[in-house]
Design a protein around this ligand. Sequence first.
Ligand SMILES: [Zn+2]
Ligand SMILES: [Zn+2]
Length: 229
Amino acid sequence: MPSSHTVTLRPAADTELANVEFTFGSSFPRPRERTIRQGYGFEIELPAVLDLLTAIDDGVLKAGDVKDLLQRVVGAMYEPADCWRYEDDEDKLAWCRRDGTCRTCDRHRSAFASSLAEAAERWRRWTLPEQYPYAAGNSKGLHEVGCPVLRRDMPQEFNPPAADDAEALRSFAHRKDAYDRSPRDLMPLSYHIPFVVMTTEETRAWMERNTGPRGGRYYHRCERCAPAP
Ligand SMILES: [Zn+2]
Ligand SMILES: [Zn+2]
Protein backbone atom coordinates (compact mmCIF):
# COMPACT_ATOMS: atom_id res chain seq x y z
CA MET A 1 0.00 0.00 0.00
CA PRO A 2 1.41 3.41 -0.95
CA SER A 3 1.76 5.73 2.02
CA SER A 4 1.93 9.50 2.57
CA HIS A 5 4.36 11.20 4.90
CA THR A 6 4.83 14.74 6.11
CA VAL A 7 8.27 15.91 7.10
CA THR A 8 9.57 19.31 8.16
CA LEU A 9 12.85 19.93 6.35
CA ARG A 10 15.64 21.97 7.91
CA PRO A 11 18.28 22.09 5.18
CA ALA A 12 20.21 24.86 6.97
CA ALA A 13 20.23 26.40 10.43
CA ASP A 14 17.90 29.25 9.49
CA THR A 15 15.91 27.57 6.69
CA GLU A 16 12.82 25.52 7.33
CA LEU A 17 10.22 24.03 5.00
CA ALA A 18 7.27 22.98 7.13
CA ASN A 19 5.17 19.89 6.40
CA VAL A 20 6.68 18.81 3.13
CA GLU A 21 4.65 16.00 1.61
CA PHE A 22 6.23 12.76 0.51
CA THR A 23 4.67 9.56 -0.76
CA PHE A 24 6.14 6.13 -1.02
CA GLY A 25 5.09 3.22 -3.18
CA SER A 26 2.88 4.85 -5.77
CA SER A 27 5.41 4.92 -8.59
CA PHE A 28 8.71 3.31 -9.46
CA PRO A 29 9.97 5.06 -12.59
CA ARG A 30 11.96 2.58 -14.67
CA PRO A 31 14.42 5.03 -16.25
CA ARG A 32 15.77 6.03 -12.85
CA GLU A 33 15.76 2.69 -11.09
CA ARG A 34 17.98 2.38 -8.02
CA THR A 35 17.68 0.95 -4.51
CA ILE A 36 14.85 2.02 -2.22
CA ARG A 37 17.40 3.38 0.25
CA GLN A 38 18.62 5.65 -2.55
CA GLY A 39 15.13 7.05 -2.91
CA TYR A 40 13.50 4.68 -5.39
CA GLY A 41 9.71 4.62 -4.92
CA PHE A 42 9.64 7.99 -3.09
CA GLU A 43 8.02 11.17 -4.36
CA ILE A 44 8.12 14.73 -3.07
CA GLU A 45 5.68 17.54 -3.80
CA LEU A 46 6.82 19.89 -6.58
CA PRO A 47 6.37 23.25 -4.74
CA ALA A 48 8.85 22.08 -2.09
CA VAL A 49 11.34 21.13 -4.82
CA LEU A 50 10.94 24.57 -6.40
CA ASP A 51 11.47 26.32 -3.05
CA LEU A 52 14.62 24.28 -2.45
CA LEU A 53 15.90 25.18 -5.93
CA THR A 54 15.13 28.85 -5.28
CA ALA A 55 17.09 28.68 -2.03
CA ILE A 56 20.01 27.16 -3.95
CA ASP A 57 19.74 29.88 -6.61
CA ASP A 58 19.75 32.54 -3.91
CA GLY A 59 22.88 31.02 -2.43
CA VAL A 60 21.13 30.16 0.84
CA LEU A 61 21.64 26.42 0.35
CA LYS A 62 24.14 24.17 -1.39
CA ALA A 63 22.83 21.51 -3.74
CA GLY A 64 24.93 18.87 -1.99
CA ASP A 65 23.37 19.69 1.39
CA VAL A 66 19.87 19.34 -0.05
CA LYS A 67 20.82 16.02 -1.58
CA ASP A 68 22.21 14.74 1.74
CA LEU A 69 19.12 15.96 3.55
CA LEU A 70 16.74 14.18 1.17
CA GLN A 71 18.70 10.96 1.52
CA ARG A 72 18.49 11.23 5.30
CA VAL A 73 14.75 11.81 5.06
CA VAL A 74 14.41 8.68 2.93
CA GLY A 75 16.36 6.73 5.56
CA ALA A 76 14.06 8.01 8.29
CA MET A 77 10.96 7.05 6.30
CA TYR A 78 12.14 3.51 5.53
CA GLU A 79 10.52 2.06 8.64
CA PRO A 80 7.26 4.04 8.79
CA ALA A 81 6.67 3.48 5.05
CA ASP A 82 7.36 -0.25 5.51
CA CYS A 83 9.76 -0.17 2.57
CA TRP A 84 11.04 -3.64 3.44
CA ARG A 85 7.90 -5.12 1.95
CA TYR A 86 8.80 -3.63 -1.41
CA GLU A 87 12.33 -4.99 -1.52
CA ASP A 88 13.16 -7.78 -3.93
CA ASP A 89 12.56 -11.27 -2.52
CA GLU A 90 16.03 -12.53 -3.45
CA ASP A 91 17.64 -9.42 -1.89
CA LYS A 92 15.68 -9.88 1.32
CA LEU A 93 16.85 -13.46 1.58
CA ALA A 94 20.49 -12.50 0.94
CA TRP A 95 20.36 -9.72 3.57
CA CYS A 96 18.68 -12.09 6.03
CA ARG A 97 21.49 -14.62 5.64
CA ARG A 98 24.09 -11.87 5.95
CA ASP A 99 22.51 -10.38 9.11
CA GLY A 100 21.28 -13.60 10.69
CA THR A 101 17.64 -12.57 10.61
CA CYS A 102 15.34 -9.94 9.11
CA ARG A 103 11.95 -8.28 9.32
CA THR A 104 10.37 -11.03 7.24
CA CYS A 105 11.54 -13.65 9.74
CA ASP A 106 10.35 -11.50 12.67
CA ARG A 107 6.96 -11.12 11.06
CA HIS A 108 6.45 -14.86 10.66
CA ARG A 109 8.20 -16.12 13.78
CA SER A 110 5.05 -16.87 15.75
CA ALA A 111 3.23 -18.40 12.76
CA PHE A 112 6.23 -20.69 12.29
CA ALA A 113 6.09 -21.75 15.94
CA SER A 114 2.34 -22.43 15.70
CA SER A 115 2.77 -24.44 12.51
CA LEU A 116 5.35 -26.62 14.28
CA ALA A 117 3.09 -27.08 17.30
CA GLU A 118 0.14 -27.94 15.11
CA ALA A 119 2.09 -30.47 13.08
CA ALA A 120 3.46 -32.08 16.26
CA GLU A 121 -0.03 -32.40 17.69
CA ARG A 122 -1.39 -33.89 14.45
CA TRP A 123 1.45 -36.39 14.41
CA ARG A 124 0.97 -37.28 18.07
CA ARG A 125 -2.67 -38.05 17.34
CA TRP A 126 -1.74 -40.02 14.22
CA THR A 127 0.32 -42.36 16.40
CA LEU A 128 -2.71 -43.05 18.61
CA PRO A 129 -5.29 -44.45 16.16
CA GLU A 130 -7.45 -45.99 18.90
CA GLN A 131 -8.07 -42.59 20.45
CA TYR A 132 -8.15 -40.68 17.20
CA PRO A 133 -9.79 -42.91 14.62
CA TYR A 134 -10.79 -40.31 11.98
CA ALA A 135 -9.03 -37.75 9.84
CA ALA A 136 -9.98 -34.98 7.43
CA GLY A 137 -7.88 -33.40 4.71
CA ASN A 138 -7.80 -29.86 3.32
CA SER A 139 -10.49 -30.49 0.74
CA LYS A 140 -12.75 -31.87 3.47
CA GLY A 141 -12.58 -35.56 2.71
CA LEU A 142 -13.34 -37.64 5.80
CA HIS A 143 -11.51 -40.93 6.37
CA GLU A 144 -10.79 -43.57 8.92
CA VAL A 145 -7.13 -43.34 9.89
CA GLY A 146 -6.44 -46.81 8.48
CA CYS A 147 -7.65 -45.79 5.03
CA PRO A 148 -5.09 -46.42 2.25
CA VAL A 149 -6.07 -43.18 0.49
CA LEU A 150 -5.01 -41.26 3.57
CA ARG A 151 -1.97 -43.38 4.41
CA ARG A 152 -0.64 -42.75 0.91
CA ASP A 153 -0.51 -38.99 1.59
CA MET A 154 0.78 -39.14 5.15
CA PRO A 155 4.53 -38.82 5.68
CA GLN A 156 6.30 -41.96 6.86
CA GLU A 157 8.04 -40.18 9.66
CA PHE A 158 7.97 -36.88 11.45
CA ASN A 159 11.22 -34.94 11.64
CA PRO A 160 10.34 -31.32 12.31
CA PRO A 161 13.08 -28.71 12.57
CA ALA A 162 13.79 -27.21 16.00
CA ALA A 163 11.69 -24.16 16.83
CA ASP A 164 14.88 -22.05 17.03
CA ASP A 165 16.31 -23.31 13.72
CA ALA A 166 17.02 -20.01 11.93
CA GLU A 167 17.29 -21.57 8.48
CA ALA A 168 13.94 -23.36 8.89
CA LEU A 169 12.25 -20.16 10.04
CA ARG A 170 13.86 -18.38 7.08
CA SER A 171 12.50 -20.97 4.69
CA PHE A 172 8.99 -20.72 6.19
CA ALA A 173 8.95 -16.91 6.40
CA HIS A 174 10.50 -16.00 3.06
CA ARG A 175 8.19 -18.43 1.27
CA LYS A 176 5.17 -16.82 2.89
CA ASP A 177 6.34 -13.32 2.05
CA ALA A 178 7.29 -13.95 -1.57
CA TYR A 179 5.22 -12.16 -4.18
CA ASP A 180 5.03 -14.86 -6.79
CA ARG A 181 7.73 -17.46 -6.84
CA SER A 182 9.47 -18.07 -3.56
CA PRO A 183 13.21 -17.39 -3.64
CA ARG A 184 15.41 -20.23 -4.86
CA ASP A 185 17.72 -21.82 -2.41
CA LEU A 186 15.39 -22.19 0.56
CA MET A 187 15.65 -25.39 2.56
CA PRO A 188 12.72 -27.76 1.96
CA LEU A 189 10.28 -28.00 4.87
CA SER A 190 8.61 -31.38 5.10
CA TYR A 191 7.02 -31.41 8.55
CA HIS A 192 3.54 -30.47 7.39
CA ILE A 193 0.91 -33.09 8.31
CA PRO A 194 -1.84 -32.88 5.68
CA PHE A 195 -4.70 -34.28 7.81
CA VAL A 196 -6.50 -33.19 10.96
CA VAL A 197 -6.72 -36.27 13.15
CA MET A 198 -9.79 -36.42 15.42
CA THR A 199 -11.57 -38.34 18.17
CA THR A 200 -15.03 -39.75 17.38
CA GLU A 201 -16.61 -36.86 19.33
CA GLU A 202 -14.59 -34.27 17.46
CA THR A 203 -15.42 -35.93 14.16
CA ARG A 204 -19.15 -35.70 14.85
CA ALA A 205 -18.79 -32.03 15.75
CA TRP A 206 -16.69 -31.50 12.62
CA MET A 207 -19.40 -33.13 10.47
CA GLU A 208 -22.02 -30.91 12.06
CA ARG A 209 -19.92 -27.81 11.42
CA ASN A 210 -19.56 -28.86 7.83
CA THR A 211 -23.24 -29.46 7.22
CA GLY A 212 -25.41 -26.66 5.85
CA PRO A 213 -28.70 -25.48 7.42
CA ARG A 214 -30.67 -27.61 4.95
CA GLY A 215 -28.60 -30.68 5.50
CA GLY A 216 -26.26 -30.16 2.55
CA ARG A 217 -22.78 -31.54 3.18
CA TYR A 218 -19.69 -29.43 2.72
CA TYR A 219 -17.53 -32.51 3.18
CA HIS A 220 -17.36 -35.86 1.50
CA ARG A 221 -17.11 -39.24 3.06
CA CYS A 222 -14.41 -41.38 1.52
CA GLU A 223 -15.90 -44.20 -0.57
CA ARG A 224 -13.00 -46.45 0.15
CA CYS A 225 -13.10 -46.54 3.95
CA ALA A 226 -16.69 -45.31 4.41
CA PRO A 227 -16.16 -43.75 7.84
CA ALA A 228 -19.18 -43.89 10.18
CA PRO A 229 -18.36 -42.07 13.41
ZN1 LIG B 1 14.61 -13.52 7.08
ZN1 LIG C 1 -10.74 -43.18 3.13
